[in-house]
Write a protein that binds this ligand. Structure first.
Ligand code: UDP
Length: 317
């Protein structure tokens, strides 16, 4: 009997590459597809030579061809940090819309299950706190972040339409801020920025007064949740995130302490439409997946520190 086969779009990215590892471990044959615009070959180089793993360099906004049968598609291709989608606004919109359409078309052709990587950004700058899946959000469609938020909202709508109209088995995960190894050190997000600044003794750049909050999830917890969702029977969106909420200023201080750095904190202008608060309500994930995070922030950050030490060391070579 042949193995189950999964296509992971964005498979060379931060989350995609961790999913490649997990699905190989679960006995799947993995096809990793990525155009390497924000993903990196380094994230998957340890898998080259594994006969259950194939890498295909392809932009999923164009027709996707996969030979033979396919059981599952994990659609993770997209720029995913604010500076990435500021630099690639049109690609971000295209991959969320055209790319999701292509990936759903492939799911239909192969009669495969489809799992969409959606985001807490569908809630925008939320007026309901914490955020539950039945909240429709507060998104500025024409703001700088709108290219990502609206693309993901469209992707959710398209996924539900394929589910309802074509009977495709679909899953939607709304991912909250996640961190861990294989993040790009310069992707501009708070954690890679703060870690690399602290490790280099540079000032930590807190935007605004730092009172805005986020809830950070360690990557292993998220991957476990996605695995469970992929195997579950739940078609409606499910939040995955760690409800442990912290202000960005406190978070910066925590990283200074963790790294033992003597860096200072400096305040910079708050980007437009930056959500003021964010915290997942994970009652649904608890109920339908029997999932909750196992790592608190301190444990997760400790596990992530050595990765960033290595990445910072490379900067100085
Ligand atoms: N942030 C910051 N300094 C930085 C990078 C980010 O203060 O150098 C802030 C950012 O304005 C936001 C929070 O940290 O309020 C989380 O930002 P990130 O880009 O990590 O994720 P997102 O805004 O998408 O949640």
């Amino acid at each position: 009997m042949s193995n189950r086969k999964v296509l992971i779009t964005g498979g060379a990215g931060f989350l995609g590459s961790h999913l490649c590892d997990r699905f190989l471990k679960e006995g799947y044959e993995v096809i990793c597809m990525d155009n390497l615009s924000t993903g990196s070959a380094q994230n998957i180089e340890h898998l080259i030579g594994n006969d259950q793993f194939t890498f295909v360099k392809h932009d999923v906004t164009n027709f996707i061809h996969v030979a033979g049968e396919l059981d599952l598609i994990l659609h993770f291709a997209s720029p995913a940090s604010p500076i990435d989608y500021l630099e690639m606004p049109i690609q971000t919109l295209k991959v969320g819309s055209l790319g999701t359409h292509k990936a759903l078309g492939l799911a239909k052709a192969k009669d495969a299950r489809f799992l969409l990587a959606s985001t807490s950004e569908v809630y925008g700058d939320p007026k309901i706190h914490p955020q539950k899946e039945n909240y429709w959000g507060n998104v500025n469609p024409i703001g700088f972040r709108g290219v990502y938020d609206e693309a993901k909202r469209f992707a959710e709508a398209m996924t539900m339409a394929y589910h309802r109209y074509h009977g495709i088995e679909t899953r939607i995960v709304r991912i909250f801020n996640t961190y861990g190894s294989r993040m790009r050190i310069k992707d501009g997000r708070a954690l890679p920025t703060f870690m690399s600044q602290a490790l280099q003794g540079k000032d930590l750049t807190v935007y605004g007064d730092g009172s805005q909050t986020r809830s950070f999830t360690y990557v292993d917890d998220l991957i476990e949740g996605i695995w469970l969702l992929s195997q579950s029977g739940h078609a409606e969106p499910v939040n995955l995130g760690n409800p442990q909420e912290i202000s960005i200023l406190e978070f910066a201080k925590e990283i200074i302490e963790l790294t033992g750095s003597d860096s200072e904190i400096v305040f910079k202008e708050l980007p437009k439409d930056d959500p003021q608060v964010r915290q997942p309500d994970i009652s649904k994930a608890r109920e339908v997946l029997d999932w909750e995070p196992r790592f608190n922030r301190k444990e997760g950050l400790m596990k992530t520190l050595s990765y960033f030490k290595n990445e910072v060391a490379k900067l100085n070579i």
